[in-house]
Every structure is written in structure tokens, then in C-alpha cells.
Design a binder for this molecule. Sequence first.
Ligand code: RBF
Length: 164
Amino acid sequence: MATKNHNLSDYDINSVPDATGMKVGIVVAEWNENITAALLNGAQQTLMKNGVFPEDIEVMTVPGSFELVYGTAQMVKKNFDAVIALGCVIRGDTPHDRYICQGVTYGLTRLNVIQDTPVIYGLITTLDMQQAEERAGGKMGNKGDECAVTAIKMADFRRKIEKD
Ligand code: RBF
């Protein structure tokens, strides 16, 4: 069970459903590429560790986190069991970052309500680059790992619901 200072890479492997045959889309933002590349790598490795075949993972890039909403909205129209959106917004000198975060959070939330493919929220929102590094394979773990586990769990949730 996750707690407040939970390491993003820690999970109980026995709690993860069998992901063999699951198809997962990943949309990743190019902004802060040093961070988002690490998130992507974590997500891919953890998906594969839990049984997802490499050929069943499709990665698409978008320029910035704001474009994650459009990219994800297009990806969910394809035949994926879940779609992960990965981005990193770092606080700047103006409120710009807050508008981006709000837009992405609202947009991805809305997608989860209006259509059937689970969308996984992989947006890191930090005060500085150090905090981002800590969450992209640093001392706080890797948000990409957490998103991969969540994608598998939500795809399994969907399979169970759709079987009824
Ligand atoms: N995109 C990100 O993914 N992370 C950021 O930290 C980020 N900061 C931005 C700061 C400024 C001042 C601007 C203009 C854009 C930023 N973007 C960032 C890009 C944004 O998500 C989007 O791609 C552009 O605003 C589209 O023109």
C-alpha cells in the first residue's frame, strides 16, 4: 500500500496482474527531455518486467506537456488496453507552468471520464530540476515505473469490468 513518502519504484510484484498480451500506448513530452527519457525508460522496463511484450508498447512523442492531452486523446482511439502520458513541468518565473499543469491534469482527467481506455497520469510537477531528477530514477524512485504498474492494474480492471 502506498504511503506519503512512498518510493515511486516500489511495488508488490505479487499485486500486479499478469500483463501478458496487454497493449500499452505511451505519449511522452520532449520538454525536459533528460527527465522524460528516464520516465519513459522506467515505464518500458517495468511493463516488460511484468509480461508486456516490447512489440505491444507503442511510444509517440509530443513537443511539450500541454500537447499530452491531444496526443493521448488520439492514442486512446487505437486498440490499447491503457495509455500512459509522461511529462515534466518545472516551475518557472511566471505562472505559465501552473496553467500547463492545470490544462494537462484537467484534460487527462476528462479523457478518463469520456472514453473507455484508462489514461495514466505520468506528469511530474516540480519546483526545480533537482526534484524532477529525484522522481525520474533518483532517491524518490521513478514515476515511469509507478505509471507502468498503474497501467497494468487499470487495464486488468477494465478487462474484468468488460467481462461482466
Ligand atoms: N512543457 C513541459 O513539458 N514542461 C515545462 O516545464 C514547460 N515549460 C514551459 C515554459 C514556457 C515559458 C513555455 C512557453 C512553454 C513551456 N512548456 C513546457 C511547453 C508547453 O507544454 C507547450 O509545449 C507550449 O506551450 C506550446 O507552445
